[in-house]
Design a protein. Structure first.
Lengths: 201, 274
């Protein structure tokens, strides 16, 4: 599998897109996949760059796919936090790909340090996919930046990390792990290729 | 002007070169940190470069190295971590925080695998007992047992026996030139899996291994229901037991050896006399 992934990356089959131009959220239409939340909810690093990306069809496909991943990763985050907020282990299991992520959610339900100030919703949970590191049918890896201070009393309102997700076959992405943003590829790729996919409780 | 240009080019080249390309040695381990604000874990790769600087890969674009799995020692036990050089270990699969690693001895030959916990802190330098265990196993000439079928051509409805002579357990030892510790290793067949070729399977282990003696004293037999030519395959599952300084025994799995043989099965038909 590692060889297959390496071959796919080498052959350019795996989408390895460049980060989209940063556009302030307020400038993005409501139906644009890059929208992260309500107007004014800008993530760190957003800066005015002018025009929206345009170009050949291949690039448009990459942008469309980026938008699809943006929506799915965002949905996974909203789903995970919503399950924690509602103390719903059943829902949590549908968004957690590993026992570790599931157990983290169960612990967060009882944690005093995870303090909700509002329901986590598609509007209050901010998440931007900065880069698609691996886009494979059984594993998706993205560099992503979240924004949590609209629904959590958080000392750190935003963080940029590498997220590893396993598609469930129905279009839903389930969180398998989070890595430091600069983690060498061989480390996070192992979570795609070698982690035994035991069923989540 | 020319000197300035050369200087600029050299500077750019030096900045562009990855640290690993400069021949630096990375020893990295994964630390699991909890983000208390959101409750999710974050795995962070921490590396010691050339035994000096400590680097945490937590910023985008920080990753200059290809990492290979390695085995070391941290917290008093064997564990796996990452290195920037290939040490012979290959990651087979992750089981939560532990991993199954396969060791491919230099120069080829037998393969071995074992399960290790993840190093959660900086591993000590390599000279773990397992390195010595592998070296002892590599020196042992692990045989490839064969088998015979009895009878060599059989018929439907009749018992067909499998007979094999299991090799004696192999033993070896080594003394670490660094610590003076002695490692004892015993390698033996733990189990024999029999595939009769018609879909029937049988695993033979423990005291039943003595039943692989063939007809008449053996007990491992099979009856075929249809005529044909079947490939009978025996998989000899090897295990290694090892201990340090006469301490408790530990187990390792060694890649199995396989032997196969074709068997013709005729149909037994009754003929009316006269």
């Amino acid at each position: 599998m590692a060889l297959l992934c390496a071959a796919l990356v080498g052959a350019g089959v795996v989408a390895r897109t460049a980060p989209p131009p940063s556009v302030p959220d307020a400038l993005v239409p409501d139906d644009d996949p890059r929208r992260l939340g309500p107007p004014g909810m800008e993530l760190p690093g957003a800066e005015l760059t002018g025009t929206r990306p345009s170009g050949p069809a291949g690039r448009q496909d990459a942008i469309d796919r980026h938008g699809e991943l943006q929506r799915n990763v965002h949905a996974a985050y909203v789903g995970w936090f919503d399950a924690v907020y509602r103390h719903d282990p059943g829902a949590l299991a549908t968004w957690a790909a590993t026992g570790e992520v599931y157990e983290a959610g169960v612990e967060a339900m009882a944690s005093e340090s995870v303090r909700f100030i509002a329901p986590p919703t598609a509007l209050s949970v901010g998440l931007r996919v900065d880069d698609v590191l691996l886009d494979h049918q059984d594993c998706v890896v993205v560099l992503m930046t979240d924004r949590v201070d609209r629904f959590l009393d958080a000392a750190t309102p935003s963080r940029t990390v590498i997220g590893v997700f396993w598609p469930d076959g129905g279009g839903r992405l389930r969180l398998a792990g989070r890595w430091g943003a600069g983690t060498p590829e061989s480390a996070w790729l192992a979570q795609c290729d070698h982690l035994v996919r035991d069923p989540v409780p | 002007m020319k000197t300035v240009l050369v200087t600029v080019v050299l500077t750019v080249m030096l900045l562009a070169a990855s640290p690993a390309a400069a021949g630096e040695s990375y020893r990295c381990w994964t630390e699991r940190r909890v983000d208390p604000d959101i409750g999710l874990h974050l795995q962070v790769v921490v590396c010691r470069i050339d035994g000096r600087a400590l680097v945490v890969f937590d910023r985008p674009g920080d990753a200059p190295v290809v990492l290979h799995p390695a085995v070391g020692r941290a917290g008093g036990g064997e564990c796996w971590y990452w290195r920037s050089v290939f040490t012979g270990w290959v990651l087979e699969r992750l089981l939560g925080s532990s991993a199954v690693l396969r060791y491919e001895p230099p120069g080829g030959g037998a393969l071995y695998d074992a399960t290790f916990a993840r190093c959660g802190s900086e591993p000590e330098d390599d000279a773990p007992p397992l390195a010595m265990v592998w070296s002892v196993i590599s020196r042992l000439a692990v045989p490839r047992p064969e088998f015979v079928l009895d009878p060599p051509i059989t018929s439907t409805g009749l018992d067909t026996y499998v007979a094999t002579r299991l090799p004696e357990a192999l033993t070896g030892s080594a003394v670490s030139p660094v610590t003076g510790s002695r490692v004892d290793v015993v390698v033996a067949v733990d189990e024999v899996d029999v595939a009769w070729g018609d879909g029937a399977m049988l695993s033979v282990g423990g005291s039943l291994l003595g039943a692989l003696g063939g007809h008449p004293e053996g007990a491992i037999r099979h009856v075929y229901e249809s005529r044909g030519v079947y490939t009978v395959r025996l998989t000899f599952v090897w295990g290694a037991q090892w201990r340090v300084d006469a301490g408790p025994w530990h187990s390792l799995r060694i890649d199995p050896t396989v032997a196969s043989s074709n068997l013709r099965v005729d149909e037994l038909t009754a003929r009316r006399a006269g």
